[in-house]
Design a protein around this ligand. Structure first.
Ligand SMILES: [Zn+2]
Ligand SMILES: [Zn+2]
Ligand SMILES: [Zn+2]
Ligand SMILES: [Zn+2]
Ligand SMILES: [Zn+2]
Length: 466
């Protein structure tokens, strides 16, 4: 475990460079450099940390950079127990770029060194990957403190650095080597206690180290994984006519009964089941106008209306019957032969009225009025003999005292009335009523005396007779 001159020279060289610095910090990565170690025993099936080996076995150790947010140079120190391990090969793998410089050096005293710097320094390297490979050979069984540990040389934080362009000098970069160590034990491979793997957890063999008596674990085997059973159906929702159903197709492990997968499977809607078409909203046709009805199909399952079609029912046409002709008369209309629809409410007909012809009157006969009756004209229809009277003239009025009906009151009237009163001869029957000269309803001697006075004196005064 000695510091070597070559590293001092290397560091001095690094510090003389100067140019642009580039950062390559990732979004989530903690800043700095992390070094890890992986160890593998080539002579044994055992391959886990802590490392187990037996004398004579080779142990290959890989040194790698697991995380690197930017480094210009680093110098590592690898410490190992030289009483147990013999370093038989040490190779700097040259992981980075072709230009980078990687130098490895080891002793047989349990020390190894490794220096890296960027050849085009001070550019930053963000490389990750294998830095070096070291092959050890086990010399003896385990010792309790047997280990391999990687650290910064002399634990000097100034040996993992980044060029700071602003300050023109190297600055330390955080360094981690938490996973850059392992310990070694010696076991009897035949004495392990096997823990079988389960579906989800790996199996392993538990050994007790012959040297330190610690319990160590090796022979790791992967989890077996689940054993898928037949898919089973769960949470079934039956589809309806219009809506999809679904179920979960679930696979369980036949070994541990864990649910391995669950897939929702859609069961398509089954669609409606059409029933017999039914008739709705029927409107009967008439003689001249179409009727209609809706032909409706319902789903027999959900009763939804699936379709509705309006069907036209053609007009039925008239139900005609013949009506024979009838001639018009003087007073009543007639018609020609026609056809009429018998259907109730239709009213269709070709009926055409032949108007009444009216009477045809012959020459009129004129009757003059007299003292007993009115005068008038009369004519008679030559077709139907209907008689019609018209041009009425009022009956003639008697002049009181004019007993001979000549329209005047004269001496003659006086003589005729006197003879009638004396019962010598009656008044002409036609004018007898005119004898009641004073209008008292009777023909008496008073009428005769008044008529005489009227003729003589031109006056009539009935009261003078009393
Ligand atoms: Zn041990
Ligand atoms: Zn399982
Ligand atoms: Zn339906
Ligand atoms: Zn009709
Ligand atoms: Zn007539």
């Amino acid at each position: 475990m000695h510091f070597k001159k070559i590293l001092t020279i290397f560091l001095a060289a690094v510090l003389t460079f100067s140019s642009l610095t580039v950062f390559c910090v990732g979004a989530e990565e903690p800043e700095g450099l992390e070094v890890e170690v992986e160890a593998e025993s080539t002579a044994s099936a055992i391959s886990s940390q802590p490392m187990i080996y037996n004398a004579g076995e080779e142990i290959k150790v890989t040194l790698r950079i697991g995380r690197n947010t930017g480094v210009t140079s680093v110098m590592l120190y690898i410490d190992y127990d030289e009483t147990v391990l013999e370093l038989i090969e040490y190779t700097a793998a040259g992981l980075l770029t072709e230009d980078d410089s990687l130098t490895a050096y080891s002793t047989s005293k349990g020390d190894a060194y490794l220096a890296f710097y960027s050849e085009n320094y001070p550019n930053v390297s963000c490389a990750t990957g294998v830095l070096a490979e070291i092959t050890f050979q086990a010399k003896a069984v385990c010792a309790a403190d047997t280990f391999v540990q990687v650290s910064l040389f002399q634990n000097n934080e100034g040996l993992c650095t980044l060029w700071d362009e602003n300050d023109k000098k190297m600055k330390p970069v955080p360094f981690s080597s938490e996973n850059a160590h392992f310990s070694v034990h010696s076991i009897d491979a035949g004495e392990g206690v096997v823990t079988a793997p389960t579906c989800q957890e790996g199996g392993y063999t538990t050994y007790v180290c012959r040297a330190c008596k610690e319990t160590v674990i090796g022979n790791l085997t992967g989890a077996t994984g689940h054993t898928a059973g037949e898919a089973v159906e769960e949470n079934r929702v039956e589809p309806t006519c219009t809506e999809d159903g679904s179920y979960d197709s679930v696979v369980y492990c036949t070994v541990c009964e864990s649910e391995i997968s669950r897939e929702t499977v859609i069961i398509g809607a089954v669609g409606h089941t059409a029933g017999e078409a039914v008739e709705e909203n029927r409107v009967e046709p008439t003689c001249t106008e179409d009727g209609s009805y809706d032909s409706v199909v319902y789903c027999t399952v959900c009763e939804s209306e699936i379709s509705r079609e309006t069907i036209t029912i053609g007009a039925v046409g008239h139900d005609l019957h013949d009506v024979i002709a009838k001639a018009p008369t003087c007073t009543e209309a007639g018609w020609n032969a026609y056809q009429a629809c018998r259907r109730e409410g239709c009213g269709y007909s070709t009926y055409q009225e032949l108007p009444a012809s009216g009477h045809r009157f012959g020459e009129p006969t004129v009757y003059e009025p007299n003292y007993h009756q009115e005068g008038y004209s009369v004519h008679t229809c030559i077709v139907c003999a209907y008689e019609e009277r018209y041009d009425f003239v009022p009956a003639l009025e008697l002049l009181p005292g004019d007993v001979n009906g000549d329209g005047k009151i004269t001496q003659t009237d006086y003589l005729l009335l006197k003879r009638a009163i004396l019962k010598l001869s009656p008044l002409p029957e036609e004018f007898a009523a005119a004898g009641d000269f004073d209008g008292d309803g009777k023909t008496t001697a008073a009428d005769y005396l008044l008529l005489k006075r009227y003729i003589l004196f031109g006056e009539v005064d009935a009261s003078s007779l009393e």
